[in-house]
Design a protein around this ligand. Structure first.
Ligand code: GTP
Length: 180
């Protein structure tokens, strides 16, 4: 049994990483957020899987690449956040974030990834089609979710999926290359 879970949020500036963390913790949308919140630890008894969970924010404005690489190597699961109203932030998931994470993690013990489309309150149409293509291409992506820090939609689900990806990974069971 694992003793704790470490969740890291990465993604382009302003997609809402800090807002997602603060919405989870305070159960309301913060109007003003700092670039980065300090690491938050959620005690075991209030997490769905009963395991202490650390949530780690990232901000390009406040951290060096070296600090980011260190956080990537310490993480048990990484949420790559994009904003559903910002195509560029989704493009960067495949052009920048996934390659960067793969370079920095051990090939045999790849860290599960979760694709998080935030700001779902701002669009009618979801990006799910593009996201499903990305998921088919990269087997290290455990799951995807669209959510809104503003309306709190799917916020607790997002962190539950992240915990679950570490505690009950589906990775080894699902291997498209071998599927008959
Ligand atoms: P950096 O610190 O620059 O990396 O940004 P970040 O990814 O932490 O984003 P942040 O939480 O600072 O949010 C950026 C802006 O988006 C802020 O003005 C937030 O109020 C807004 N925002 C965040 N989440 C949502 C959301 O779900 N819906 C809407 N409408 N706005 C949001």
């Amino acid at each position: 049994m694992r003793k704790d879970v470490r969740i890291l949020l990465v993604g382009e500036p302003k997609v809402g990483k800090t807002s997602l963390i603060m919405s989870l913790v305070s159960e309301e949308f913060p109007d003003v957020v700092p670039y980065k919140v300090e690491e938050i630890t959620i005690p075991a008894d209030v997490t769905p899987e009963r395991v202490p969970t650390h949530i780690v924010d990232y901000s390009e404005a406040e951290q060096t690449d070296e600090q980011l690489y260190q956080e990537i190597s310490k993480a048990n699961v990484i949420c790559i956040v994009y904003a559903v109203n910002n195509r560029k932030s989704l493009e960067k998931v495949t052009s920048h974030w996934i390659p960067l994470i793969n370079e920095r993690t051990d090939k045999d013990s790849r860290v599960p990834l979760i694709l998080v489309g935030n700001k779902s309150d701002l669009v009618e149409q979801s990006c799910m089609e593009t996201v499903l293509h990305i998921m088919n291409k990269y087997t290290e992506i455990e799951t995807c979710v669209e959510c809104s820090a503003k309306t709190l939609k799917n916020i607790s689900e997002l962190f539950y999926y992240a915990q679950k990806a570490v505690l009950h990974p589906t990775g080894p069971l699902y291997c498209p290359e071998r599927k008959q």
